[in-house]
Design a protein around this ligand. Structure first.
Ligand SMILES: NC(=O)c1ccc[n+]([C@@H]2O[C@H](COP(=O)([O-])OP(=O)(O)OC[C@H]3O[C@@H](n4cnc5c(N)ncnc54)[C@H](OP(=O)(O)O)[C@@H]3O)[C@@H](O)[C@H]2O)c1
Length: 259
């Protein structure tokens, strides 16, 4: 199926590695022109170069910290100015620290809200007029399965990403008339550098941890960035436009619930 992504203009956050990189790479391979963001400029340039070399697509790297309001505005303004508009916004970044609720003060909570919730709010606010100008488009947020099946020690992410799902659902109702769909993808365990970091934070042997996670997942394997990217590509393409207001898990069957 041709996803009809040729020449669409996309912004993908947190795309110097991991899930964001995989999404940006697939959209570029499908013919989109892609702006990618992350904080570390050198890694971002390297990622842009790799995507260009492997797909032949136009890739615009913009170094930005998603916790800063001024960076969010700069990203949407730069993409609209340099690439001529915005059709697709994929919000994805890092995540707040892990730890039990008793260990976090108000400052830690405020930071988590900036990083996970306000980032998505600000990017959507900046991109929407441009999506509307082009007759419609897509907004997609990456959260985590923990937003719908909470895990002890992940409270900063769970609370803020649940809020993102509520925000996205509300926004989807408000912008449907603009032909804009808004969805959230909730990954389960996905093989990236972040997973390594989570293992290291727990002080456990990565091989044993991988075995433990595989045993938890009904499909018996840890997911790949390609597993996430293929759903995202459909949801942000014109082919997926009628799908809106959803929060979809991509988790090999990890979620134990009827929704
Ligand atoms: N991997 C998993 O198993 C898994 C499962 C569920 C959910 N998720 C969530 O999915 C998202 C992506 O995960 P991942 O595994 O791909 O992580 P990753 O490999 O650590 O990549 C994170 C990306 O986000 C960028 N980033 C981090 N903080 C940022 C900030 N403040 N502003 C702008 N960019 C920032 C990083 O670059 P810089 O550091 O240079 O900014 C990097 O490009 C995270 O929110 C993660 O919690 C991951």
């Amino acid at each position: 199926m041709d996803l009809d992504l040729k020449d669409k203009i996309a912004i993908v956050g947190g795309a110097s590695q991991g899930i964001g990189y995989g999404i940006a790479h697939l959209l570029a391979a499908e013919g989109a022109r892609v702006a990618i963001t992350a904080r570390r400029e050198r890694d971002l340039e390297r990622a842009a170069e790799a995507i260009r070399a492997e797909t032949g697509a136009e890739v615009l790297p913009i170094a930005a910290d998603c916790r800063r309001a001024e960076d969010c505005t700069r990203v949407t303004d730069t993409v609209a100015g340099s690439l001529g508009g915005i059709d697709i916004l994929v919000n994805n970044d890092g995540a707040p620290p892990l730890g039990e609720i008793a260990t976090f003060d108000d400052a830690a909570w405020a930071k988590a809200v900036e990083q996970n919730l306000m980032y998505v709010v600000r990017m959507a606010r900046g991109a929407l007029p441009h999506l509307a100008k082009r007759g419609g488009g897509s907004i997609l947020n990456i959260t985590a399965i923990s937003a719908i099946q909470p895990i002890p020690g992940f409270a900063l992410s769970v609370a803020t990403w649940s809020a993102v799902i509520g925000f996205a659902k509300t926004l989807s109702l408000e912008v449907a008339k603009l032909n804009v769909n808004v969805n959230t993808v909730c990954p389960g365990y996905i093989e990236t550098k972040r997973l390594e970091k989570v293992f290291a934070a727990g002080g456990q042997d990565p091989n044993r941890m991988r075995d433990k996670l595989r045993a938890e997942v009904p499909m018996g394997r840890i997911g790949t960035v390609a597993d996430i990217a293929s759903l995202v590509a459909l949801l942000v393409s014109p082919r997926g436009r009628y799908i809106t207001g959803t929060a979809v898990q991509v988790d090999g069957g990890l979620l134990r619930a009827v929704r």
